[in-house]
Design a protein around this ligand. Structure first.
Ligand SMILES: Nc1ncnc2c1ncn2[C@@H]1O[C@H](COP(=O)(O)OP(=O)(O)OP(=O)(O)O)[C@@H](O)[C@H]1O
Length: 360
């Protein structure tokens, strides 16, 4: 296993990049700790596969270095980097048995047959493939084949890291859920460094200890599920993570108060200091933390109920506040559509953003 550092990394596929949009990866400094379980999360086209391929050596970065345990591997080809990679679709030998497929990476490196058997049986048991070991891979369903691909990725204990590029795409939803949990267990048992690429927040948050969130070629936050939920560092993290995402209200500021509608809320000193002459700021509040107040009070804002849906475990309500729509997940029904109410954004749950970056 290795600690992976990517100092001053950037990548443009086209020569002579000039504008930020010319880069598939904008300048970043990243470190992946030895033995960590990471997810790389972001929408399609944000640069996840490019970043993964730079680590494995399939793509050479146009700027910056790739360092494994202090050693510069930027110019080494994939086969010299000691990385295992699992792709979206199974990459296996159809004519071989499941056992031979799993054994292949070990035999290739000259392992003794008794050791090969022990390790293959161990990995097969973890992936619930033991009863298939003697079967030819060609006769198996696509999800069993993808489990073999996962097994081939995990079988070598000496790899610097195992990289997964949306590996559960071909797996049916129920098995997907089981395998995701299985991969987490396997990580705890094998202590391999894993990097798991996905555009699915549930997949990322259930698998990883740390999630690296990307958008438009940039890493906007690295954190635990809780940190990304409670303290999004960037507006993108706020609305991409969560169901529904964070309410983001671009509001004017006057005399130390921020105005989502007619009523102002006191702006915390750190947010005031970060304004730097700007007359506006974005309020970020998760639907889970919006409160419907029984009466007007300090820092409440006037709102109108736009819609209420009973979701069984909670009520999903939409309110109109000035020109904004505010979504709230509430325990009890907040009156009926069209009625006037008061909303409260608890100060300890309300975040502030300037130019998409969190300032308070
Ligand atoms: N070989 C290539 N040549 C030129 N541009 C590329 C190449 N590969 C990717 N790109 C561009 O780089 C950007 C990032 O692509 P990348 O595949 O890394 O994103 P991604 O987040 O993995 O997306 P997806 O989930 O759709 O695979 C995109 O704009 C893409 O069009």
């Amino acid at each position: 296993m290795a600690r992976i550092e990517l100092p001053d990394l950037a990548h443009a596929y086209k020569p002579n990049p000039q504008r930020p949009e010319d880069y598939a990866l904008r300048p970043m400094n990243l470190t992946w700790d030895d033995g960590g379980a990471y997810a790389l999360l972001g929408p399609s086209g944000c640069g996840k596969t490019t970043l993964l391929n730079i680590i494995s050596g399939l793509v050479r970065p146009s700027h910056g270095r790739v360092i494994f345990d202090g050693k510069d591997v930027t110019d080494l080809p994939p086969e010299a980097r000691n990385i295992a990679q699992v792709f979206q679709f199974p990459v296996i030998y159809d004519t071989m048995t499941v056992f031979d497929n799993l054994a292949f990476p070990l035999r290739n490196r000259g392992w003794k047959e008794a050791e090969v058997r022990k390790r293959v049986e161990h990995i097969a048991a973890m992936l619930e493939l033991s009863s298939d070991l003697k079967h030819r891979a060609s006769g198996l369903a696509v999800d069993a084949k993808q489990k073999i691909s996962l097994g081939r990725g995990l079988v070598r204990p000496d790899v610097a890291a195992v990289l997964f590029d949306e590996p559960l795409t071909v797996i049916d939803p129920h098995l997907k859920w089981l395998l995701r949990r299985k991969l987490k267990e396997i990580h705890h048992e094998l202590k391999l460094s894993l990097i798991y690429v996905t555009h699915d927040q549930v997949e990322a948050l259930t698998f990883a200890d740390k999630v690296v969130v990307m958008t438009q070629g940039e890493v906007v936050q690295t954190g635990s599920a809780q940190e990304l939920f409670e303290e999004p560092a960037h507006t993108f993290v706020g609305y991409f993570i969560g169901n529904p995402g964070m309410n983001l209200l671009a509001c004017p500021v006057r005399d130390g108060r921020v105005y989502p509608g007619a009523d102002g809320i006191a702006l915390p000193p750190a947010a005031q200091a970060a304004l730097a002459g700007s007359a506006g700021i974005t309020i970020g509040i998760r639907p889970e933390f919006v409160e419907c107040a029984p009466a007007q009070g300090v820092d409440t804002v006037a709102a109108t109920v736009a819609s209420v849906r009973n979701m069984g475990t909670h009520f999903m309500a939409e309110f109109t506040v000035g020109a904004h729509t505010v979504t709230a997940k509430l325990r009890s029904a907040p009156a009926r559509a069209g009625q006037a109410v008061w909303l409260r954004f608890p100060p300890e749950r309300t975040l502030y953003y300037v130019n998409d970056k969190r300032v308070a």
